[in-house]
Design a protein around this ligand. Structure first.
Ligand SMILES: [Zn+2]
Length: 376
């Protein structure tokens, strides 16, 4: 009969197939003692694989030293005065929470940079050493419609006084901005416009209308409970908490009250799962991680690139891998990356292995090579 013949042939083919597969698997196992088996899982949503992000925004920093104790706002017909606590806030944070970062909206004034080099070198240190972000809050803090001198002038003041720095974020005074102003900001290369509207819970889809999650001040202590709830929620949904206040008597009775609320806020936010970041950094991270393309070239080598070029200086993004074995070294474009004890808040290149999971932060583009310590 014909049927049994075919079955026999099929059986032999199947047996041969089993032998091939078994020996391939065996070869792979022998191989894995020398090289870790690495698989790429994807980009981390946030730097260092944090669960959520947090931005702390403080408005009304003034670059004019004449306004360091009292700020006057000219609101059309009336003038309102407030006590200014910006120096107290800076000192408090740098001493007690040097890891915490602010985006601070600066009112630059029109004599900016002439007699106040000390204040500008302090801003420069906050930006370059502590990773804070200096945002434009105009020159004169007026209501719209605003002039080019008021807006473009304030950006020039900041970029002219803080070396190697580009202004990415604009905070309109009184939370009010008109269409002409937004067009002007686009031409000036501004990437983010922050408003006072609630309620920011996710990564913004419109970076020209970034809302706030919560305003903190000394008048509404129960907001601290609301912050606890939104922060808890954001850790679960992978969202963003934008905390907003002023370092003035507009929001606080005294510098001491402000400092203790900042302390409480930070002890709430800093749970090891939350990335304290600034708007331009979050924007860059979010653009880059969406554009990321990772191609596996062989068992331990990956090509990391961005699908499209970006119009800014890229920052480190975190890639997630699953590894079988312990990693001895990670090379990116032939250079060995530092092994990190822990990731901080300011994105840096390096890697960290925890069990089978491996996090690597690199600045695209390049070739990544992961070496194991298997045999030594
Ligand atoms: Zn303001």
């Amino acid at each position: 009969m014909v049927m049994p013949m075919i079955s026999k042939k099929r059986f032999l083919l199947l047996a041969l197939l089993v032998i091939i597969v078994t020996s391939l698997v065996a070869m792979r196992e022998v191989h894995s003692e020398e090289e870790p088996v690495v698989s790429y899982l994807g980009p981390a949503k946030y730097y260092a694989n944090y669960s959520s992000a947090c931005i702390i925004r403080v408005d009304d920093f003034v670059a004019d030293p004449a306004k360091l104790t009292t700020i006057d706002f000219n609101m059309g017909k009336r003038t309102v005065s407030f006590q200014n606590f910006q120096m107290e806030l800076i000192n408090y944070l740098v001493v007690h929470h040097p890891e915490a970062r602010l985006v601070f909206g600066i009112i630059t004034g029109d004599a900016s940079g002439e007699n106040n080099t000390q204040l500008w070198s302090l801003y420069s240190e906050l930006v370059h050493k502590y990773g804070w972000e200096a945002a434009s809050h105009t020159r004169y803090h007026l209501l719209p419609p605003r002039t080019a001198d008021d807006i473009a002038g304030s950006i020039r003041d900041i970029e002219g006084n803080i070396s190697n720095y580009r202004v990415n974020t604009y905070i309109p005074p009184y939370g009010k901005v008109d269409g002409n102003e937004l067009n002007m900001l686009r031409k000036l290369g501004i990437k983010i416009v922050m408003s006072d509207k609630p309620l920011q819970l996710k990564v913004p889809s419109n970076w020209y209308d970034m809302h706030i999650t919560i305003k903190i001040d000394g008048k509404h202590p129960w907001f601290m409970k609301f912050l606890e709830v939104t922060h808890y929620l954001n850790n679960r949904i992978g969202g963003v908490t934008v905390i907003y206040t002023h370092a003035t008597s507009f929001d606080w009775k005294s510098p001491g009250q402000m400092d203790s609320y900042f302390n409480e806020t930070l002890s709430n936010i800093e749970d090891g799962r939350t990335w304290i970041t600034v708007p331009s950094e979050l924007h860059k991270y979010s653009v880059e991680s969406k554009m990321l393309k990772v191609v596996q070239l062989n068992e331990t080598t990956f090509e990391v690139s961005l699908k499209k070029p970006v119009d800014f200086q890229p920052i480190p993004v975190t890639l997630k891998f699953l590894v079988d074995g312990s990693v001895k070294a990670v090379y990116f474009n032939g250079t060995s990356l530092p092994e990190l004890d822990s990731f901080g808040y300011i994105p840096e290149v390096g890697y960290k292995q925890i069990g089978n999971s491996l996090l690597i932060s690199v600045i695209p583009n390049g070739v990544l090579q992961i070496l194991s310590g298997g045999n030594d």
